[in-house]
Design a binder for this molecule. Structure first.
Ligand code: SF4
Length: 368
């Protein structure tokens, strides 16, 4: 097969992908044609500042930083007429059942626009067919300590590469490198109101970024009865929705540090690395007793399934067991496809195409 027609970077603007871009600017790794950032329009101000700085530095190295955007995730969630791709909100059912709404936002607001941009840059925008053998190499910022998140793109026209794993760099190596380069304030990239934030992130937001905190609190109250389309369509409220894992209003939630369960937030929302899909310690614990809901937010007539089933969070399988972890490492080591602990695009690397969402039980399964 011929080489890639394009070299892209999926730029989340967090620690790892910032490192990859700067390494390319330095000439340590081959240059990219484009670095592409998927904007949900609700990132912290620090992420946008980081992006502006990156854009300037990358331009000097001849790398264009592009932005793609599928909409404003916060405005869409509150718009009664907009089809909303749901966030992984915490749900309290009518009888006190606890669950999570299925997460669709990462796919809708990040993965799909990035794929569309790749097709466009290759010269084959949807719906034209990308000829066999034509593809872009897409670098993903995943370090060796999270190698299990390395996986393929799921499409033939994008081949994921993992420069940090090839270099053998950990996240600590990235932080040290960024410090040496004068980039010691790289913020975590994820939506301001992302329900995957742990107490550590919420506390820092409350104490250090009052405007973002106020926006998150207002959003939390606004989504209490779910996506407004459900209510305007006459759907009686069946349960309440929260962005804090305790299922208490964010401004009233207990954000105090807790031993063993605090400060371990997922490290940003990366489209293919999918860190936000990795459970927080709190949501992982929820996994043992979660009752998941089905389309509570985005489908007014859908009935929630308070049924029994496997203990899976919405799109957030728990940490891989050690044995499976080893198998994934082996697969990666021999050049196979990296295993996917979590796949925002509805696919599991190496396990064939995605199952249609309507086709039966999947991550919406439930257990008592
Ligand atoms: S940061 Fe959270 S809310 Fe935003 S796209 Fe990722 S998972 Fe969804």
């Amino acid at each position: 097969m011929a080489g890639p027609s394009l070299r892209l970077l999926s730029l989340g603007a967090g620690v790892q992908s910032t490192t990859v871009l700067l390494l390319a600017c330095d000439g340590t790794i081959p240059r990219f044609d484009y670095a592409v950032f998927a904007d949900t329009r609700w990132e912290p101000a620090a992420v946008y500042a980081n992006l502006r700085r990156l854009r300037l530095e990358a331009a000097e190295a001849g790398i264009a930083v592009l932005k793609v955007c599928a909409g404003d995730i916060r405005a869409d969630a509150l718009d009664p007429v907009h089809r909303f791709a749901s966030m992984p909100l915490f749900v309290k059912g009518p009888n006190g059942e606890r669950g999570m709404a299925r997460r669709q936002c990462t796919s809708e607001y990040k993965v799909r626009p990035l794929k569309a941009k790749a097709r466009e840059l290759l010269g084959y925008p949807h719906p034209s067919r990308v000829p066999k053998g034509v593809y872009a190499a897409q670098a993903i910022g995943i370090s060796t300590d999270e190698f299990h998140r390395a996986k393929d793109s799921g499409v033939n026209y994008l081949k994921n590469t993992f420069p940090l794993i090839e270099l053998g760099w950990t996240r600590g190596d990235c932080i040290a490198y960024l410090r040496r380069r004068g980039w010691d304030q790289v913020a975590r990239s994820s939506c301001v109101g992302c329900p995957f934030h742990g107490n550590h992130t919420w506390r820092r937001m409350r104490d250090e970024r009052p405007a973002e905190w106020a926006a998150a609190v207002a959003f939390d109250y606004a989504i209490r009865k779910g996506h407004p389309a459900a209510n305007t369509a006459g759907q009686p409220p069946r349960g309440e929705y929260f962005i804090h894992h305790s299922r208490v209003a964010l401004d009233l939630a207990d954000l105090r540090p807790r031993r063993g369960g605090d400060g371990a937030d997922p490290d940003g929302c990366s489209p293919w690395g999918c860190r936000s899909g990795h459970p927080t310690p709190e949501s992982a614990r929820e996994g043992s007793r979660v009752i998941a809901t089905r389309r509570y937010l985005d489908a007014p007539n859908a009935k929630p399934r308070w049924a029994a089933g496997p203990a899976l969070l919405a799109g957030t399988p728990g940490p891989a067991a050690p044995a499976r972890d080893q198998r994934q490492r082996d697969r990666y080591a021999v050049g196979g496809r990296g295993g996917a602990a979590c796949d925002p695009d509805g696919r599991r690397a190496g396990h064939g195409p995605a199952r249609p969402r309507e086709s039966g039980p999947s991550w919406e399964g439930a257990t008592a």
